[in-house]
Design a protein around this ligand. Structure first.
Ligand SMILES: *Cc1c(COP(=O)(O)O)cnc(C)c1O
Length: 479
């Protein structure tokens, strides 16, 4: 493999190196107000401070808080801010993790190991996960050997069905999951009811507030009515909240909260049976950068409660305008009742992927999403402070581009069959994946402007085939 970026003799021209690096980032998605996915941005003043704090935290290592006392202080401060924010009772504790996925995996590990301790008769544990809950729960089930039972959602509200949860619970159930809110639709599951049921069943309940846990309480302080979703619900035993989303801090920081320290003992991992230093790790990581924690610590202080409240207000107003505006557009529909700036927009017949292409051509960045279960193919929109001011413009373009959409249709059958076969055979099927991707306009890892054909194909194949095709695609990107 050619490796010309790594020279035999190093260069001392730092400026040139940094210039080249900046060049690499030139095509990356940025926050100019046109991105309605991926970006959570509170503006350059906050980002400038975050960058400096990130650099300041860079040399520490959270692996050993006795050697780096700052690790303990930063984490305790962030965790207690989150505990206070989410109504945690006396005795509740938490941990800083690297992101939502890690928090989620650890919430499942906690449930698994707590059941091993307190319910040894359970040998094949399962967990009940709404089909709208983040995929990281399915990843956790896969990694940790916990059986996954998907729970239905109501096709109108997109909220987890309590009756389906009741009917799927059995003697081996160790965990129920709910979202506050779900990423795709921005709706909050019936957490009060699920909490009551979890409590009477003696099962743990994790509320995934990765995306909403930071902003929802500020919305409530602003007078927005919200259902109960946090530790105020007695049956809730753990919660996850990502600061690197609506806390507007750099990537690499989420917080996992546990109702009791006894629960958290099942989250920790310790090992004294090797010849190196004895390990006690609260998370999956060993060496743990303090940079994301330091940046979060700085950003929370800079914005303060009032700063976040004001940003929450800006976003909620933009969200209401967007939702009601879309509902007035012929042929478009918002699924369920979004409780914050996350929504799924679908059509009443027109091709959603064609609409996504038209929005891209008009300069917007949106997230086309495939159908699964009761959720149809849709365009996901995320509102943040950086794009709130452009909601009016986006509505105008949505109105214009939703006109004369072709009818939505599946990819041609022979194509679907071919892709299913390729997925089955994997890299041994003899198909040159790189060539195939080039045929569809994917070159040098870059997607073409027009993606409707690709999305229609992926939306038409089975989820199993889609999973395998994505693996082949990613492998090709990194070869
Ligand atoms: C983003 C998200 C996650 C996963 O978080 P990462 O930080 O991307 O690992 C989990 N749950 C919800 C609801 C999310 O929005």
């Amino acid at each position: 493999m050619s490796n010309d970026f790594f020279p035999e003799t190093g260069s001392t021209d730092d400026q040139a190196i940094l210039r080249d690096l900046a060049g690499l980032h030139a095509d990356d998605l940025t926050s100019d107000g046109h991105a309605f996915a991926f970006i959570y941005d509170a503006g350059s003043a906050v980002n400038d401070l975050a960058r400096k704090a990130f650099a300041a935290g860079m040399s520490g290592n959270g692996l050993d808080p006795t050697v780096y006392p700052s690790a303990r202080r930063l984490e305790n401060d962030l965790v207690s801010a989150c505990l206070n924010h989410l109504g945690a009772p006396e005795g509740a504790v938490g941990t800083a993790t690297s992101g939502g996925t890690e928090s989620v995996i650890l919430s499942v590990k906690t449930a698994r190991d707590y059941a091993r301790k307190t319910r040894p008769e359970v040998t094949t544990p399962n967990m009940l996960v709404p089909e709208t809950a983040h995929a990281s729960f399915q990843k956790a089930a896969h990694y940790l050997g916990v059986e996954l039972k998907l729970v239905d959602v109501d096709p109108e509200t997109m909220r987890a069905s309590v009756s389906d949860t009741r009917s799927k619970l059995d003697d081996n159930t160790i965990l129920i999951v709910a979202s506050a809110p779900s990423y795709a639709h921005g709706v909050i599951d019936p957490i009060a009811e699920l909490g009551e049921f979890a409590k009477e069943s003696g099962v743990l309940l994790h509320v995934d507030a990765c995306i909403g846990g930071w902003v929802l309480p500020f919305q409530r302080e602003n007078g927005v009515e919200l259902p109960a979703f946090d530790f105020a619900v007695e049956g809730v035993t753990s919660m996850s909240v990502d600061l690197h989303k609506y806390g507007f801090t750099p990537k690499g920081i989420s917080v996992l909260l546990q109702r009791t320290s006894e629960l958290r003992e099942s989250q920790y991992y310790s090992c004294a049976t090797w010849s190196g230093y004895s390990i006690v790790n609260p998370t999956i990581q060993g060496s743990k950068s303090l940079a994301p924690m330091a940046a979060a610590w700085a950003v929370l202080q800079r914005l303060g409660r009032r700063g976040y409240r004001e940003l929450a207000d800006t976003m909620w107003k933009a969200t209401q305008k967007l939702v009601s505006g879309i509902r007035e557009i012929d042929g478009l529909k918002v699924l369920g009742e979004p409780k914050m700036g996350l929504m799924a927009v679908t059509t009443t017949g027109g091709d959603i992927f064609e609409l996504a292409d038209r929005l891209t051509a008009a300069g917007w960045h949106v997230q086309p999403t495939y159908a699964y279960g009761n959720s149809p193919a849709h365009i996901h929109l995320t509102v943040d402070p950086g794009n709130s001011g452009r909601v009016g413009e986006l509505l105008e373009d949505l109105r214009a581009q939703a006109r004369n959409l072709p009818e939505s249709e599946d990819a041609p059958k022979p194509v679907v069959q071919l892709l299913e076969a390729l997925a089955q055979g994997g890299s041994s099927s003899g198909v040159d994946v790189g060539n195939m991707m080039a045929e569809f306009g994917i070159r040098d890892g870059k997607m073409p402007e027009q993606q409707a054909t690709i999305h229609r194909m992926l939306n038409s194949v089975s989820p199993e085939a889609r999973e395998k095709l994505l693996v082949l695609f990613l492998g090709e990107m990194f070869s």
